[in-house]
Design a protein around this ligand. Structure first.
Ligand code: HEC
Length: 91
């Protein structure tokens, strides 16, 4: 069980994007323009300065209403944060 002894990997933005496509895209578009007509798109979320890694981590580890109460593995949360921050449009 070698995997148990590995240090947790840093967030992987590419993997995060795949997770977002599978679990979030029904409500949060991955494109800049929110075609799904639901919640803020990922590029919009990425520009919100209040969504720090710490905030996202607690948010995504315990998704609030109206998001489905899905328990994301810790690594998935890290990867999603890496993806959200990687898609930020920096000033
Ligand atoms: C069933 C639809 C739905 C799904 C699926 C969903 N969300 Fe959301 N999400 C929403 C809505 C609606 C809001 C806006 C909530 C509000 O304004 O209070 C939101 C808000 C958010 C916010 C901002 C929270 C804040 O404090 O403003 C983040 C970040 C977020 N979602 C990330 C995700 C991620 C990452 C996933 C996939 C793991 C996901 N959501 C899946 C509907 C969804």
């Amino acid at each position: 069980m070698d995997i148990l002894w590995r240090a947790p990997a840093a967030g992987n933005a590419v993997r995060g994007k795949h997770i977002a496509e599978r679990r979030c895209a029904a409500c949060h578009a991955l494109e800049a323009v929110n075609v799904s007509g639901g919640a803020e798109s990922f590029p919009e979320l990425s520009t919100r300065s209040d969504l720090t890694a710490t905030k996202l981590s607690s948010l995504l580890s315990h998704l609030p209403h109206p998001m489905p109460a899905i328990m994301l593995p810790e690594q998935d949360v890290k990867d999603l944060i890496a993806y959200i921050h990687a898609s930020a449009i920096l000033p």
